[in-house]
Design a protein around this ligand. Structure first.
Ligand code: ZN
Length: 95
């Protein structure tokens, strides 16, 4: 997996509704971290946009890179579809 793929995987993880995002580890900050590539070392860094705290690639759980996002997108679409049907049925029953 190259850095571009890693950054994409991290961004998907950070915007996935089914997992807890990677958050800043400094004190009680807990801001969502953003991935960047360290131009000198070539390592991925997670940066806190709020306090600039940095975490190295080693702090990223491997599941972030191996997560089946496609499967979860399908589940999310399926849940949306059910919610829409329930709303429609509720609207119909209320008429
Ligand atoms: Zn922070």
């Amino acid at each position: 997996m190259n850095n571009q793929e890693k950054i994409e995987a991290i961004n998907k993880w950070q915007s996935c509704n089914f997992v807890h995002p990677l958050t800043c580890g400094k004190d009680n900050c807990e801001e969502k971290l953003e991935p960047i590539e360290n131009a000198i070392t070539g390592e991925i860094l997670l940066i806190c946009p709020k306090c600039n705290y940095e975490q190295g690639e080693i702090s990223i759980p491997s599941v972030v890179f191996h997560f089946n996002y496609e499967q979860f997108n399908k589940i999310e679409a399926w849940i949306d579809n059910i919610s829409t049907q329930v709303d429609e049925n509720t609207n119909r029953d209320n008429q």
